[in-house]
Design a protein around this ligand. Structure first.
Ligand code: FRU
Length: 483
């Protein structure tokens, strides 16, 4: 550890201690979601299971609730339920990462954990340079930086980051998010035999590549993986225009499904589909765990989307991550479901079957709370059905459209909403509610809405509204968090 690295670590520790009481007393403090001890959290990084332990790193600015010279924070868990906040994994202590140890991924090789990340060097308005770097660890806690592996090839701007590495046969591959000099977003491929020397192959997908027209001026956080026989490229394009119910957030997060041809090193793909329909979801990362499952964690935030309007900013912290989800490909779309381990957070079940509400608004006995899971199965739904949460957010369904609305974060006198159309109607809703967040899985995870919510502190009421008649069953569990 260099002297500068040691100093930065000490500064982080002091900052945590300084704000600990205030952050821990915040009524919006999450119960079971990863949040920063202080400062700003963004992308999940280096998500991996190694020797039974899940490592989940994250982009962290400990000294401000704004973006800046990022660190890698680090959580570990053996069961995806109980998490421990570890020492900072990486600090921006070297010439090649002095303005940020930016996003990246993890692999295991030769019994060592390898972290690939982007070293950011800021220019006046934009990154001046971004280097793909490596750090390794024997114990999964202490990391030794190995320096720069890749400098940005010709033809790209300073926006060149977020390496995701995987193995294909004997070869290692890396995909990086990039911007060309003519401002097109791309996913750029590299190949290596030894993880040290990387050959630049070129873009495998991007704006104006193949049949894709203009599709964003920058692509962030690419992730290429196989899922139930399909090849998936997840990516976060920036610069898409809102289009009806689609692309409603400032930046998008979604995927292309296609065929990765390992001989030709090409990726043929279909259309882009959004992963999430809520107000806050971005920069997801996946890993294949030791059970062979494809797991995803996302950031519950969107860059440049009124980030300072989150009320937790007053208490010195902002943003969190999503719950871990398992991905499946059903031949048509990616299905996301909360990992089954989360059932260990549950208290006893409360169940009501065949509740009918007709042209009325009702509470259902015992169905309330701010750290709860709800599961609703619909037997019949005539016209309109809605769930009002905490006199704050509302989730409604009418004419096959699901709408989530909440007071506008920047101007509470206005309402903002996000929508999606369900071609086959509404059958099931599963909600994970934490103190200041909401994750809604629709029809077993065909569509998901991920959002922060900021109701009054003590407000726990949930109301159900129906126009015409709706019959449904509801199960409810209180969820305990982790220390
Ligand atoms: C995405 C992102 C990444 C970058 C990181 C910096 O939210 O902008 O592209 O590596 O955040 O924190």
């Amino acid at each position: 550890m260099s002297k500068h690295d040691a100093e930065l670590r000490k500064k982080v520790e002091t900052e945590i201690q300084k704000h600990k009481q205030i952050v821990e007393a915040d009524t919006y403090r999450q119960n079971f979601h990863h949040m920063p001890p202080v400062g700003l959290m963004n992308d999940p990084n280096g998500f991996i299971q190694w020797k039974g332990v899940y490592h989940l790193f994250y982009q962290w600015m400990p000294f401000e609730t704004a973006h800046g010279a990022k660190y890698w924070g680090h959580y570990t868990s053996e069961d995806l339920v109980n998490w421990k906040h570890e020492a900072v994994a990486l600090t921006p202590s070297d010439w090649y990462d002095k303005d940020g140890v930016y996003s990246g991924s993890a692999i295991v090789h030769d019994d060592q954990l390898h972290l690939f990340y982007t070293g950011n060097i800021e220019g006046e308005h934009e990154p001046e340079a971004e280097y793909q770097c490596l750090a390794v660890s024997q114990d999964g806690i202490h990391f030794e930086k190995k320096g720069v592996l890749i400098e940005t090839p010709k033809g790209y701007t300073g926006h060149f980051r977020d390496p995701k590495v995987w193995k294909n046969g004997d070869q290692w591959y890396m995909v990086v998010g990039a911007q060309t000099e003519d401002k097109q977003g791309k996913a750029v491929l590299f190949r290596s035999e030894d993880l040290q020397n990387w050959e630049h192959i070129g873009p495998i997908a991007g704006s104006k590549e193949g049949k894709l027209g203009e599709f964003g001026y920058m692509w962030e956080c690419p992730d290429l993986f196989e899922l139930d026989g399909a090849d998936v490229l997840m990516v976060c394009p920036q610069g898409l225009e809102a289009d009806g119910m689609d692309y409603a957030n400032t930046y998008q997060s979604g995927y292309f499904v296609g065929k990765w041809d390992e001989t030709a090193e090409t990726f043929q793909h279909g259309d882009f589909r959004e992963l999430d329909r809520g107000f806050e979801f971005y920069a997801p990362q996946t890993t294949r765990d030791e059970k062979g499952r494809r797991l995803l964690v996302g950031w519950m935030g969107v860059p440049d989307q009124y980030e300072q309007a989150h009320p937790t900013v007053e208490n010195g912290w902002v943003h969190c991550l999503t719950i871990p989800r398992e991905l499946k490909w059903n031949g048509e779309r990616i299905i996301q479901t909360p990992v089954p381990e989360l059932a260990h957070m549950r208290g006893p079940v409360l169940m009501h079957s065949s509740i009918t509400i007709e042209n009325d608004q009702k509470a259902v006995r015992g169905v309330q709370g701010r750290s709860v899971e709800l599961n609703l199965d619909f037997e019949s739904l005539e016209d309109m059905f809605a769930i009002e949460l905490f006199q704050y957010a509302s989730l409604s369904y009418k004419d096959r459209v699901v709408t989530l609305s909440r007071p506008h974060l920047e101007d509470r006198s206005k309402t903002e909403f996000r929508r999606v159309k369900l071609d086959e109607g509404l059958r099931n809703l599963r909600l994970f509610i934490d103190q200041s967040s909401l994750e809604i899985f629709i029809n077993g995870g065909e569509e998901v809405f991920t959002s922060r919510i900021y109701p009054q502190a003590e407000e726990e009421h949930i109301l159900f509204t129906s126009l015409g008649s709706t019959t449904f069953s509801v199960e409810k569990w209180d969820l305990k968090g982790y220390e």
